[in-house]
Design a protein around this ligand. Structure first.
Ligand code: PEP
Length: 262
């Protein structure tokens, strides 16, 4: 396996808190993270609480290097879309990043490449930095369709973007079979797909834009496996679910990536 040495891509670690944490619990966790990671400069750190806690967590993060992210958005800025939240609304409470097309949304809420694409364009138009998720499920991997599925997700989700717009996007390769299951892709499996994605982006956009895009790995990342995953040449960070819900484990993951912990 290669190594990230020599790449100019800054590592980005994002915690996806999913539908967890009341406002008070979210404030507590954000405070704990801020104490340990508020000054971190070596890597980008993003936390993505539920909508209900965004405003309060933003206050906790005043003067912090930790950035605020949301877990989804609607593609319109306003209108009769009961239950939805727009890019404008997210920006108004201090959100800078937004996860789009997470596999749980594709699996349980009918998210498609088409809706991901519309959300991505809305995020970019409004100055939010998107984290776009792609990845195959177990059946697809076992049927040898991993690359075809990932290609389909990338082509569909990123359709119509310019190379300059692509530069604003973070991609997250998340094999669905590794999410919340405790099964992690091996570093070689992850690197293989990341390399494939970068090559594909090179063909879809330009070699230069593809070389600059950060691609996170997601799927049961822990303090124990982050170091070997991040060693992959095309692995530029992690999207972390379960292990981001405990301050201690997320802090360790970040510190490993800063070279503070070995
Ligand atoms: C995720 O939800 O994006 C994720 C990777 O979850 P976990 O780390 O729990 O597998």
């Amino acid at each position: 396996m290669g190594s990230r040495m020599g790449t100019k891509r800054k590592i980005i670690l994002a915690g996806n808190w999913k539908m967890n944490k009341t406002s008070i619990e979210a404030i507590d966790l954000a405070n704990a993270l801020n104490r340990e990671l508020g000054d971190v400069q070596e890597v980008d750190v993003v936390i993505c609480p539920a909508y209900t806690a965004l405003s309060e967590v933003h206050e906790v993060l005043t003067d912090s290097n930790i950035r605020l992210g949301a877990q989804d958005l609607h593609w319109e800025n306003a209108g009769a879309f009961t239950g939805e939240v727009s890019a404008l609304m997210l920006k108004s409470v201090g959100v800078e990043y937004v996860i789009i097309g997470h596999s749980e949304r594709r699996q349980y809420f009918g998210e498609t490449n088409d809706s991901v694409n519309k959300k991505l364009k809305a995020a970019l138009k409004n100055g939010l930095l998107p984290i776009v998720c792609v990845g195959e499920n177990l059946k697809e991997r076992e049927a040898g369709k991993t690359f075809a599925v990932v290609q389909n997700h990338c082509e569909g989700s990123l359709a119509g973007l310019t190379p300059d717009e692509l530069r604003q996007v973070v991609l997250a390769y998340e094999p669905v079979w590794a999410i919340g299951t405790g099964k992690t892709a091996t570093p070689a499996q992850a690197q293989e797909v990341h390399q494939f994605i970068r090559g594909l982006l090179g063909k879809m956009f330009s070699a230069d834009a593809a070389a600059g895009v950060r691609i996170q790995y997601g799927g049961s990342v822990t303090p124990e496996n982050i170091a070997e995953l991040i060693a992959g040449e095309d692995i530029d960070g992690a999207l972390v679910g379960g292990a981001s819900l405990k301050g201690e484990s997320f802090v360790k993951i970040v510190k490993h990536c800063c070279g503070i912990l070995k």
